[in-house]
Design a protein around this ligand. Structure first.
Ligand code: ADP
Ligand code: ADP
Length: 227
């Protein structure tokens, strides 16, 4: 059975915009799903509803493995936004530690997990550095480490690399693929970049705008592992 199931999900914002119409989608464990489509087709809206950050207008989102099937237990979902949104006044270590700190894990107990997450993105040597000293790509790596430190089952990424240069983006794409394979993650990755979705995904859900809706669902028989 799927990790998450969207059934006839609709979203109408309070200003009247219909952002998403009748979206149904099963995402299986271990899939790497891209939501691909033009700006305004509801990709972010869908992702934010899955994350529990936004209410549905109708339809439902279910988690069959969770008690009751509809409980939005947030701890096994992580979200990476386009803006890394790091705390500038403190170190890389503290930024990555934050999600564990918020769930009450003390620093000593969290340290191995923080170090592990930093190693995962090649930032072991940067634990004591402040975000302002880092490039855009490195800030994004910190953001990915922060998302991974809680060992999520599902990683949601909303156009994470759109603001980065092509070289950095290519490297980060490979890192995300490696992460997905090593950690047996399920990933949902929002992009309007066809190349990126083809390179990364095991499945591409194609969306169209006005109103936002799913128009195709393509499974790619890729020769994994590719990294
Ligand atoms: P909901 O009722 O589903 O929580 P709202 O319609 O209240 O969502 O909108 C949430 C916030 O997003 C509002 O503060 C609104 O001003 C802002 N917003 C409005 N239009 C847009 C838009 N096109 N893109 C992004 N944000 C918007
Ligand atoms: P995408 O991620 O594919 O660019 P979005 O989910 O951000 O699409 O937006 C889908 C549609 O909903 C767009 O028309 C957008 O302007 C509108 N929208 C997004 N957020 C809000 C909001 N908070 N309030 C009103 N309209 C919104």
């Amino acid at each position: 059975h799927p990790l998450v199931r969207l059934a006839h999900v609709n979203k109408r914002y309070s200003n009247g915009t219909v952002a998403l119409r009748d979206m149904s989608l099963d995402v299986g464990e271990g899939e790497f799903v891209s939501l691909l489509g033009p700006s305004g087709c509801g990709k972010s809206t869908a992702l934010r509803m899955i994350a529990g950050l936004l209410s549905l207008s109708s339809g439902e989102i279910r988690w069959p493995d969770r008690d009751g099937g509809s409980d939005t237990a947030r701890q096994d979902i992580s979200f990476v936004f386009q803006e890394p949104t790091l705390m500038p006044w403190t170190t890389v270590f503290e930024n990555v530690y934050l999600p564990l700190k918020l769930s009450g894990v003390d620093r000593a107990a969290a340290t191995p997990a923080v170090k592990d997450a930093l190693a995962l993105v090649g930032l072991s040597k940067f634990a004591d550095v402040y975000p302002r000293e880092l490039s855009g790509g490195m800030k994004m790596r910190v953001s990915i480490a922060r998302a991974m430190v809680t060992h999520p089952k599902l990683l949601l990424m909303d156009e994470p690399f759109a603001a980065l240069d092509e070289m950095t983006r290519a490297k980060l794409n490979d890192d995300v693929l490696r992460l997905w394979q090593e950690r047996k993650l399920t990933v949902m990755f929002v992009t309007h970049n066809v190349w990126e979705s083809v390179y990364l995904s095991s499945r591409i859900v194609v969306m169209a705008a006005r109103p936002g809706r799913v128009v195709d669902d393509i499974r790619i028989d890729a020769p994994y592992p590719r990294t």
